[in-house]
Design a protein around this ligand. Sequence first.
Ligand code: 4NP
Length: 157
Amino acid sequence: MEKISVLFVCLGNICRSPMAEFVMKKIVSDRNMSERFFIASAATSREEEGNQMHYGTRRKLSEKGVPFEQHFATVIKRSDYEKYDYIIGMDSSNIRNMLSFFGGDREGKIKLLLSFTDDERSVADPWYTGDFEKTYDDIILGCTALADRFEKKHGIK
Ligand code: 4NP
């Protein structure tokens, strides 16, 4: 069966999008649906390319019992638009940057993470606040709603 591919995107791919990647992997694993998904993350900017996850993200994931591997920041590629079924930005500027980078969103794949919840807004950015707990809370909210959506839409269970 074809996997559902999901790409989480933020500015640097060191704080928010890798946190969403590993949280989502845990949620689908806990629901016994890992084999149905390919999940990754990427940046819109080259700012942090090749760097590992921010210490604050690694510490928060460890604290919450979310498994993760070593991760090096990568940048979105034009071919990602075809490769992924869902391309999910953490904030509204990520969405704007992607629309410009991909030249639009012909297939309606580009979404804001929290648009899957009742509270459509940007995920809190810990780069400026240092508050990784708030970011984690937003990401749990968004990824849980996304997993619920997948179960309904793709009839997984
Ligand atoms: P991220 O966090 O986009 O969540 O990975 C940031 C990383 C780098 C910068 C800003 C946010 N920066 O300005 O370099």
